[in-house]
Design a protein around this ligand. Structure first.
Ligand code: ZN
Length: 291
């Protein structure tokens, strides 16, 4: 099942790539579920069972309008982001790979957006790219084990953990949350894909390109902490709630790890993808004068 956020309403995505059609969940369920995404995640088991039985009424299908897509989980109770979760990225960042627990921080939800956006570059900032697999939680999870952890996942989506490196590293200790939370710094989408849709949800290719030049490419099978291990590790401490969002970490190839370092410039386009999910498209614009 694929689930999209279209103008803050939950919609099933049907059809093949390039000719997707959508079905509004609240309309199709006569108001039982939705209209927003949070209600769908709160009732995840019931909604997925309903959707599996549903015969989509042809007269309610609408041609997908990508411009209306929002983040698949736009109002999570918690957002987790994981650092240094690929060996080659830990090395390019100058850190040892984590063994017990990777660094965990947050991206504030005001930075969330849908998949196709213009992003304003903060003045005097060094804005970097980090393509990531993003997990949305489907049921409450506390002290769960790796073996059963996939059953707590609603689905997967593509994300960019855009990061302003000066803010992130300024001061006596790193400021990950603020440096990664400027407006538009957490584009996600194009929609959520349930784990059963993948041949192997633990092995997905992901990457991104600037103006067509590939800068990152990796596979989630190279994650140091896989999705199930992350859920086990996070849920040792916190209680994960339906709709919670986890950015799982980025593979090698970020700008700050290059020699010379490279950051995003106004006018550049960043295209990101996760195999079996879809693409994100960001265009970067300069901050207006006087800001
Ligand atoms: Zn990241």
């Amino acid at each position: 099942m694929r689930l999209a956020n279209i103008g803050n309403r939950a919609a099933l995505v049907l059809g093949t790539a390039g000719s997707e059609r959508t079905l509004d969940v609240a309309d199709a369920s006569a108001g039982r579920w939705g209209p927003g995404l949070p209600d769908v995640f709160r009732n995840w088991a019931d909604v997925t069972a309903w959707a599996a039985r549903l015969e989509a009424p042809a007269d309610r299908l609408v041609t997908l309008d990508r411009a209306r897509l929002g983040a698949p989980s736009p109002a999570p109770s918690q957002v987790f982001a994981v650092g240094l979760n690929y060996h080659a990225h830990a090395a390019e960042s100058g850190f040892a790979a984590p063994t017990q627990l990777p660094p965990v921080f947050t991206k504030y939800v005001s930075s969330f957006s849908g998949p196709d956006t213009d992003v304003v570059l903060p003045p005097d900032g060094n804005v970097d790219w980090e393509v990531e697999l993003v997990v949305v939680i489907g049921r409450e999870a506390h002290e769960v084990t790796e073996a059963g952890a996939w059953s707590y996942v609603a689905g997967l989506t593509a994300g960019q953990d855009l990061s302003e490196r000066l803010t992130q590293l300024r001061g006596p200790a790193p400021q990950f949350g603020l440096g990664k939370s400027f407006p538009g710094f957490s584009p996600q989408g194009p929609w959520l894909v349930t784990p059963d849709e993948f041949a192997d949800p633990d092995d997905l290719e992901l990457g991104c390109a600037i103006d067509g030049e590939e800068v990152q490419k990796g596979r989630t099978s190279d994650l140091i902490f896989s999705v199930p291990r992350l859920i086990e590790a996070l849920s040792e401490t916190v209680t994960l709630q339906p709709g919670d969002v986890v950015f799982t970490g980025t593979p090698a190839g970020v700008g700050v790890g290059r020699e010379p370092k490279r950051f995003l410039r106004a006018g550049e386009r960043l295209d990101s993808w996760v195999d079996g999910i879809g693409e994100l498209h960001q265009r970067f614009v300069a901050a207006p004068d006087g800001e």
